[in-house]
Write a protein that binds this ligand. Structure first.
Ligand code: NAD
Ligand code: UDP
Length: 330
């Protein structure tokens, strides 16, 4: 570790994708719990700004690299969280082949590193592996309904392949792997131009621009606040006995896109209205996690209601947008 190579400090934890939205909150929580954290990130969709406050911590180190390139970390890493992958549809579709390789080659590289160090490995998988689901709510034993030739396949199929790599490594006895299937998560540190629904609607409302509802807006999603997700990820990683099955992490509260737009409009003083735009190809019609497994195995339950999470997220975007306006003026 470049900085903070001190002996008596918790575990050494590698967070691939640690400069992104979820990863930066995870790094903060792991440092706060007394661990040393190495963040490995190419800054593709992440940002050094997400790590402000962490960079000065002597127990934090940053490695800037792509997970598709060989990963050479000699520190005796105890745990690896693999969050490296663009998560917003416009971002993962911008370079779809690289997205696929990030999940396949990148996960393979990180699994080899985990094997070398005997590290426990957690893969950030996704509800997208269920595709446009024919079963509702989604339980982990549902195999999914994914279009393997569509524009979302680079992400969905890449993540499915990464899950297969993890379970093969577990069966082979080479790595202790855990797989979290994450449902739509939101909160501070999302990029204003990220393209995902919560950040789009909040930023549009704060700028008095129309809220862009794709399609009829009757499609549903379930929104989990980032602190709840981070709590679930840490519980899954640290569960003594490996569950040896994927675990859904998400908030079961289900909202239509129109309901979310109206909720955002009710919480921000704005001149914005709602406009409808075409529905992107293969957009899943409904999504809600069944979290019985997470409840049972991890004692985990999301605590932050959507209204409260939106309040925190709106406040954060207000100051982030004000900060970038001030920066442009100076
Ligand atoms: P994000 O785009 O904010 O973060 C991803 C991070 O990975 C970024 O910092 C990015 O720079 C980095 N990255 C991407 N490709 C890389 C590469 N090839 N090499 C090195 N670094 C790379 O996304 P997020 O919302 O924080 O999601 C984190 C993880 O959780 C992702 O793997 C995503 O698939 C998964 N996930 C997130 C959600 C969600 O709603 N946020 C839902 C399901 C799954
Ligand atoms: N969506 C929308 N307007 C936007 C962004 C997204 O109506 O400005 C819709 C999108 O079509 C999808 C839902 O919101 O039905 C969630 O989209 P997001 O990109 O956040 O996540 P994902 O589709 O990956 O769940």
């Amino acid at each position: 570790m470049a900085k903070g190579n001190k002996a008596s400090r918790g575990k050494i934890i590698l967070v691939a994708g640690g400069a992104g939205f979820v990863g930066s909150h995870l790094c903060t929580a792991l440092l706060g719990a007394g661990n040393r954290v190495i963040c490995l990130d190419s800054y593709l969709t992440g940002s050094p700004a997400n790590l402000i406050g962490l960079q000065a911590n002597p127990y934090f180190a940053m490695v800037e690299q792509d997970v598709c390139d060989e990963i050479d970390i000699d520190e005796p890493v105890d745990q690896i969280y693999n969050l490296a992958c663009p998560a917003s549809p416009p971002s993962y579709q911008a370079d779809p082949i690289h997205t696929m390789m990030t999940s396949v080659t990148g996960t393979g590289n990180l699994l080899r590193l985990a094997e070398r160090h005997g590290a426990t490995f957690l893969q950030a998988s996704t509800s997208e592996i269920y595709g446009d689901p024919e079963e509702h709510p989604q339980q982990e034993n549902y195999w999914g309904h994914v279009n393997c030739t569509g524009p979302r396949a680079c992400y969905d199929e890449g993540k499915r392949a990464a899950e297969a790599l993890c379970f093969d490594s577990l069966r082979a006895g080479s790595v202790d792997t855990r797989v979290a299937r994450i449902f739509n998560t939101y909160g501070p540190h999302m990029r204003p131009n990220d393209g995902r629904i919560v950040s789009n609607f909040i930023v549009q409302a704060l700028r008095n621009e129309p809220l862009t509802v794709y399609g009829s807006g009757e499609q549903t999603r379930s929104f989990c606040y980032v602190s709840d997700l981070v709590d679930g990820l840490i519980r899954l990683m640290n569960r003594k006995e490996n569950p040896a099955v994927p675990v859904n992490l998400g908030n079961p509260g289900e909202f239509t896109v129109i309901e979310l737009a109206e909720l955002v409009l009710s919480r921000i003083e704005t001149a914005s209205t709602i406009v409808h735009e075409p529905l992107p190809a293969d957009d899943p019609q409904r999504r809600r996690p069944d979290i019985a497994r997470a409840r049972k195995l991890l004692g985990w339950e999301p605590k932050v209601p959507l209204e409260d999470g939106l309040t925190h997220t709106i406040a954060w975007f207000q100051s982030a947008l004000a900060g970038s306006r001030a920066e442009r003026r100076s």
